[in-house]
Ligand binder design. Structure first.
Ligand SMILES: NC(=O)c1ccc[n+]([C@@H]2O[C@H](COP(=O)([O-])OP(=O)(O)OC[C@H]3O[C@@H](n4cnc5c(N)ncnc54)[C@H](OP(=O)(O)O)[C@@H]3O)[C@@H](O)[C@H]2O)c1
Length: 300
């Protein structure tokens, strides 16, 4: 039996589907079982549990051999770091209470650092907390920068005719499609080929800067001169709070961007076959960005 947290989300849905394809017993977890109906139709057990509730997670983890764990973002939280620690503690207690032996987590590049990494700091503390649990096998997937982070750019392009954000235009980022993280997590859970405490970086198909991504998106949407500009943190925080994020979360994102910009937060591994994943940014734009952009434009 495998338990998948965040099963209706970007990465968890891929993990759950892949395990079901392999005929595995899967328990999918989310706040609302209705959102998990497609998995239930394919034979999964759907369970409603809040990831901050250790007793509910303990019930959800009962009898599991393997768990896919993540900290679902709560971008409207006024204390995002406290939210992350709350989730980590609930997950850790459920692991301790049930004795589940194999855990794959969604962590991040930069989780090695103990300060100034914004939301990634919560993943640093998640890794440390799980390290305190004896006799478990944990693989922390330290993912690069999600390609999905570019989706809000569709609205910015529509309104201002350009892309904008807090990251330097020329900074190469390990851009990864979230579905490739789900695939890597599923592979690890299918083979249980990790022992003790470990981490593995996932760096996407290649490094790309925002300037390069603007070129690729611009070509795909028929605006080949599309530019990206870096904006100061105050302006970004104002825009993000207007989009519904808390000031606290928006400030943490700016802290993270600053640490990317100045090199404090970066991949530790050199690129290799094992940390490179298949989906190119060009494919992501065709398969995810453009449909999302058209949906938004049509008011879907
Ligand atoms: N963005 C990046 O560049 C980046 C890079 C590295 C790592 N990360 C990490 O990636 C993680 C997010 O992964 P993801 O994109 O796969 O997540 P996601 O798509 O946001 O999905 C999270 C899922 O969790 C469920 N959920 C939300 N709150 C919940 C709660 N309180 N209790 C139970 N379930 C809840 C939601 O489903 P329901 O609505 O059905 O409950 C949602 O579908 C974060 O930890 C982030 O730090 C992100």
């Amino acid at each position: 039996m495998y338990v998948i947290l965040g099963a209706s989300g970007n990465t968890g849905s891929v993990v759950a589907n892949r395990l079901l394809e392999h005929g595995k017993r899967v328990r999918v977890v989310g706040r609302d079982v209705k959102k998990l109906a497609a998995f239930a139709e394919r034979g999964a057990e759907a369970v409603a549990a809040d990831v901050t509730d250790s007793e509910a997670l303990t019930r959800a983890f009962a009898g599991a051999e393997g768990v896919y764990a993540l900290t679902p973002p709560n971008v409207s939280s006024d204390d995002y770091r406290a939210h992350q620690d709350h989730v980590t503690e609930a997950v850790a207690r459920a692991i301790e209470a049930t004795g589940v032996k194999y855990i794959v987590t969604l962590s991040s590049v930069g989780a090695d650092k103990s300060e100034r990494t914004g939301p990634v700091l919560g993943l640093h503390f998640m890794e440390s907390r799980l390290a305190d649990i004896p006799e478990i096998n944990v693989l922390h997937l330290r993912a690069g920068y999600f390609m999905e982070n570019t989706l809000p750019q569709a609205g910015i392009i529509r309104e201002f005719g350009m892309m904008a954000g807090p990251v330097r235009p020329d900074l190469p980022l390990p851009m990864i499609a979230s579905k490739d993280i789900g695939s890597a997590a599923a592979e690890a859970l299918l083979h249980f080929n990790f022992y003790g405490q470990g981490s593995r970086e996932l760096l996407g198909q290649r490094d790309l800067s925002y300037a390069e991504m603007a070129g690729i998106i611009g070509k795909a949407i028929g605006k080949p001169a599309l530019a990206y500009i870096q904006l100061p943190a105050e302006q970004i925080i104002m825009a993000m709070t207007q989009m519904g994020m808390s000031k606290n979360f928006a400030s943490l994102l700016c802290e993270m961007s600053e640490s990317l910009n100045n090199g404090h937060m970066k991949a530790l591994e050199t690129r290799s076959e094992s940390n490179t994943t298949p989906t190119s940014f060009e494919s992501f734009v065709q398969e995810v960005f453009l449909p999302a952009q058209r949906g938004k434009a049509a008011g879907v």
